[in-house]
Write a protein that binds this ligand. Sequence first.
Ligand code: CUA
Length: 342
Amino acid sequence: MTGSQEQKPHVPRRKHVAAALAVAVVIPAAIMLAGCASPTILRPEGSAGRDILTLAIEIFSILAFVLLTVWILLTFVVVRFRKRPESEASQTKGNLRIEIIWTLIPAIIVIVLFVLTVRTTQQIVTPDPGAQFTSVGHQWWWEFDFSKLGFKTANEVYVPQNHEVSIDLLSTDVIHSFWVPQMGGKVDMIPGHVNHIRFVPLTTGQYLGECAEFCGAQHGKMRFLFVVVTPAQYTAWVRNQQLPARQPEGAGAIAGEQVIQSVGCGSCHTVRGTTLKGTFGPDLTHFGSRGGIAAYTLRNTPANLLRWIQDPQAVKPECKMPQIPLPLQQQQQLVAYLEELK
Ligand code: CUA
């Protein structure tokens, strides 16, 4: 083909256009799927995020001041003391006073940056024996353990506005990192070691949380929803989470309860109030009340749940959820049961 040679130079540009389109369309779509605002660190809605942004502005201002000063001095020196045939540059070797000054100034700048950084870090990660709950990182989902209140949930957590939230952070397998960009602070979750994060959520809303430490194949699909509500709404959420699973009402859901108890889901999942007591996978007691499936890989709809149950590996390759071969009718009953677990 003679035409192919002529077209060659255009291909990279098309690829760029395709990539730009993907960025312009896919990323906003992914954010809309999560049903919450774009997770930016530049619009903090939590005290830690605000503190970190303040620190960033402080450091940036200091560094910008240093840079400007150096540029101005440099320009002045270059112009004022440029080489002239009649003069020799003044010699500063061995001048103790100058040596001390230009050692001291950078040292002071570094100390100021250090103190500012330690101050902000202390505000965010101070250990707290009164932490309200523990967030546990798993490949690839989030557990929220409210043992003091008697329940666990997964991939979606509610907190009250304007009250300090204090969280213990742990992992069961590899290192993950807890991060709700608009709340601020990214803290590693390390197996066998408890880390902490604390902050005050300032604005009600739904915020996307994500894992900020590469933790394996589905690191990118390890998200959760962090929901800031009024204290009254929070109390209502806690009350609902404390309840055991609802009794199924629809015919499909009633059959689905039989299916879920007979096909081995209970070796990984818990549904409080039933025979399912597994702890390897997410607690499903109030699964139907959550907005997402598989750590916010999919929106929680019956069609998506069916897709997930039919072939988890197609949705999230290498995830730990096995495919359990079942007739379609039983899969649909399972979906009906799980969606009723509000
Ligand atoms: Cu968990 Cu990345």
